[in-house]
Design a protein around this ligand. Structure first.
Ligand code: ARG
Ligand code: ZN
Length: 461
């Protein structure tokens, strides 16, 4: 038995080796881009072999059928000699794909659009992909967010909005759907009157089309992860604040109450406070869009989305804070989500402290560690725990514990340095620990291990 097994093993090894040897010269010449980026929780989100620099999405929306007809043009750079490469796209119908203006073959494999250009693309070459597609976007069920479906969808009263953290963007445009590949965006969204289309960045143009529709052209000129792209369509009323360099433009449904609108008046003070503490607000504009029927809040880049009934002050602060930690400084692996949610929750405590004094800070911190509530380790959550309260609360307590250990002055220097060194980029937990250790001059493994990964939650310092 043993000898037979060994010999078949050897045989297989031999044939594998010879296949590899034969294939090597070809493999070096050109290869397929990987169908994922190695995310621990989402191995097939994103794709390898290229880097998208800019998305230009020209999209027309028809409310009667909730359908879209679009062309997405991606400017990218090849990182390998690419015989073929993938984009992520969920459902919808692809009509044609062109690479550098020449028709390319394509195939659909679940949420992968596999593109084989007529000629392979050389490593280092810039190339352009144009995908013409359309249909009715199908909301995505993602186990990380059982309370909401993701991607482009209709909410209440005919309002449409695409909200996507973490996986949803591929239900409305073909993309490299992982935060590791940030890009700039032009979103040109055509809708029938009297509807308005709101999206990321700055409104550069409104175009009256011959067919009676209007196209709203939005430019996001800073790098953005695909999950932060938003389009919201409806009968919105805009409220502007141009009192400082960064404009704040909020969009409310015509039915919004004065009280719900006034709830965002505090945004300017928060922005000034955060900019002083962390560094300049990272984008060209900010604002919120309130959408009837949307059940939560999400920090979509430069224009956070909220429910229409209004938001508490701490949630307003939370989504604004994410523009620094989450949107500008972004995780590299979804399992590092505490770097977003722990930070945003900790700043809720800081805001309370600023408004009402140290006792308010302390009681918020204590409330995060209710003794009867098990708070799982936030540092490496499973997919179903990605947005669990333990990530928010115990993630925030990581920062509280760090501040107690290194002192207030060093702590804020750590936050500022971690932010400025990584603005518009991607980070891992180890990057934060490295900054904390360098600036404090202390060995902090035990502290981070206990708070981030320890089975039992440590006592509050
Ligand atoms: N980052 C959001 C927040 O806490 C998470 C909300 C969960 N919803 C979602 N679609 N991922 O502000
Ligand atoms: Zn959050």
């Amino acid at each position: 038995m043993t000898s037979i097994r060994i010999s078949t093993f050897k045989l297989r090894l031999l044939s594998a080796l010879s296949l590899t040897l034969l294939a090597l010269p070809l493999a070096f010449a050109q290869q397929p881009g990987a169908d994922g980026l190695g995310d621990r929780l989402y191995p097939r989100l994103g794709n390898g072999g290229y880097d998208v620099r800019h998305y230009s999405i020209d999209l027309a929306f028809t409310p009667e059928s909730n359908s879209i007809a679009a062309t997405a043009v991606l400017d990218a750079v090849a990182l390998l000699d690419l015989a073929s490469f993938n984009l992520d796209l969920y459902e919808l119908t692809v009509d044609s794909v062109r690479v550098n203006g020449i028709r390319a073959a394509f195939a659909r494999e679940e949420a992968e659009l596999v593109i084989s250009p007529a000629q392979s693309i050389a490593a280092g070459a810039a190339f352009q992909v144009a995908v013409t597609y359309g249909g009715v976007p199908q909301p995505i069920v993602d186990p990380a967010v059982p309370f909401v479906k993701l991607g482009w969808q209709e909410w209440d009263d005919g309002y449409v909005a695409a909200v996507s953290q973490p996986s949803g963007s591929m239900n409305w445009f073909p993309c490299n759907n992982h935060p590791l590949d940030k890009a700039t965006y032009t979103l040109r969204i055509a809708v029938p009157r009297p509807l308005t289309a709101v999206a990321n960045g700055v409104l550069s143009e409104t175009i009256a089309n011959d067919d009676g529709t209007r196209a709203f052209v939005w430019e996001m000129e800073q790098p953005m992860a695909s999950y932060l792209a938003i389009v919201a369509i409806g009968d919105f009323v805009a409220v502007r604040d141009d009192s400082e360099a960064v404009p704040i433009r909020n969009f409310f449904p015509a039915s919004a109450s004065d009280a719900s609108i006034a709830g965002y008046d505090v945004t300017r003070d928060m922005m000034v406070w955060l900019s002083d503490m962390l560094g300049p607000y990272p984008f060209a504009a900010y604002g919120v869009v309130a959408v009837p029927g949307f059940p939560a809040a999400l920090e979509t880049q430069s224009i956070s989305i909220f429910r229409a009934s209004g938001a508490g002050e701490l949630v307003v602060l939370h989504e604004l804070l994410h523009q620094w930690f989450g949107n500008s400084v972004t995780l590299s692996q979804w399992s590092d989500i505490w770097l977003h949610e722990g930070f945003a929750t900790y700043f809720m405590a800081l805001w309370l402290g600023k408004q009402f004094g140290a006792d308010a800070y302390s009681s918020f911190i204590s409330s995060l560690r209710t003794p009867d509530m098990a708070l799982n380790a936030p540092g490496n959550p499973e997919k179903t725990e990605l947005f669990a309260w333990s990530v928010y609360a115990r993630g925030a307590l990581v920062l509280h514990a760090l501040r107690s250990e290194v002192g207030e002055e060093t702590f804020f220097e750590i936050l500022r340095t971690f932010y400025s060194e990584n603005a518009y980029g991607n980070v891992a937990t180890a990057d934060f620990i490295a900054v904390a250790e360098a600036l404090s001059g202390r060995e902090l493994d035990d502290l981070f291990d206990a708070w981030l990964y320890g089975e039992r939650i440590p006592d509050l310092p």
